[in-house]
Design a protein around this ligand. Structure first.
Ligand code: GDR
Length: 331
């Protein structure tokens, strides 16, 4: 039985990955950071099948203990302070976790488990103010937020540890990926949650920031398979994972509102509070390397993704499905 250690399991990607690995017969160890009210909604159905280990990315000793206890074949580092907006408000905490946390993982692996295979969650945000479109593995980076600067450090540390210490360490440069398990602070879920609530008469309007930014949005459930595939190759390499399509926030809004028969212009209010100090205007990925070398392909297209998320949020708001904290962000 293969063993995997996953950080960030209660988040969107971690929950899909843990479920996928369990289905493949892995023993899955989940690193859990102590919080005053833990949120298990994404893993509720299978959390008893996971081996939980208490620890924190910013605490090297706890990482060492987690690796000793789990003795993993594969390690997936998905934990981070992952919300770009918050990274300007907490730049140092973001750096501690999202940047130095990766160094802690790599050091721990080098010291006690150098034959484990390591996946680092890198991001299209590193391309920032883009040098070329579409973006691929060789496109230069230009991060535009404390979050993406921290991720870039983690990305280069992963490459450096691979080249310096011969670790099997890979970095997946994933473009935006969404799902019904997405946190409601991210724009896609904020929109689909609001659409469901407005449709059901629970909310009057939706306040958003920049409607013109464009993102390459895929389905998270497709993307976690690419993470696993990266660790099954002969040689460790870095890969872009994307759909090869880009859509503006405005198009996402239109698609979601029109799906439930509403005109978005009547409900969406542009609100300065959600504008960012610096914006990433356009992301569009070229994942031909992953298609050719990993045999990876996306399964869910843009309209299906939007519809899946709206359907889920309608069910949540009708209380047919459980969810947490959704109301807190509904504005
Ligand atoms: P992003 O995702 O920053 O791309 O990072 P997010 O959904 O937060 O923003 C996407 C775009 O929408 C614009 N926007 C708003 N965003 C939010 N959150 N709330 C709003 O009200 C709003 N209005 C407009 C943003 O300005 C932005 O242009 C995500 C995260 O998951 C990262 O962790 C990950 O690395 C990247 O995707 C790939």
């Amino acid at each position: 039985m293969k063993r995997a250690l996953v950080t960030g399991v209660t988040g969107q990607d971690g929950s899909y990955l843990a479920e996928f690995l369990l289905q493949k017969g892995y023993k899955v160890y989940a690193l859990r950071r102590r919080t005053s009210s833990p949120i298990y909604v994404n893993v509720e159905e299978f959390k008893d099948q996971l081996e939980w280990i208490d620890g924190d990315l910013t605490d090297l000793a706890s990482i060492i203990r987690a690796i000793q206890e789990s003795d993993p074949d594969e390690i997936y580092n998905l934990a981070a302070m992952s919300f770009v907006g918050t990274s300007w408000k907490q730049p140092l905490a973001t750096g501690q976790m999202t940047a130095l946390g990766v160094a802690n993982m790599l050091e721990a692996i080098r010291l006690i488990k150098p034959d484990a295979r390591f996946y680092q969650a890198s991001t299209s945000e590193m391309f920032g103010k883009v040098y070329e479109t579409p973006q691929k593995e060789t496109t230069p980076f230009y991060p535009r937020s404390p979050y993406s600067a921290a991720k870039l450090y983690g990305h280069w540390m992963t490459i450096n540890y691979r080249e310096s210490f011969d670790l099997y360490a890979c970095s997946g440069i994933l473009f935006n990926h969404e799902s019904p398990r997405r946190g409601v602070e991210f724009v896609t879920r904020k929109i689909t949650n609001a659409v469901a609530r407005i449709k059901l008469g629970l909310q009057e309007d939706l306040h958003l920031g920049n409607l013109e930014s464009k993102r390459d949005w895929g389905f998270a459930g497709d993307y976690i398979k690419a993470m696993w595939l990266m660790l099954q190759q002969e040689k460790p390499e870095d890969y872009v994972i994307a759909t090869g399509e880009t859509h503006s926030v405005r198009e996402f809004v239109e698609t979601a509102f029109s799906y439930v028969g509403l005109d978005w212009k009547k409900y969406v209010v542009q609100d300065e509070r959600f504008m960012r100090p610096a914006e990433v205007d356009l992301l569009l990925g070229d994942c031909s390397k992953a298609e050719q070398k990993l045999g990876w392909e996306k399964k869910v297209d843009f309209p299906s993704l939007v519809h899946m998320m709206v359907d889920h949020d309608l069910a949540v708001q009708k209380k047919e499905l459980p969810d947490v904290e959704v109301k807190k962000f509904a504005m």
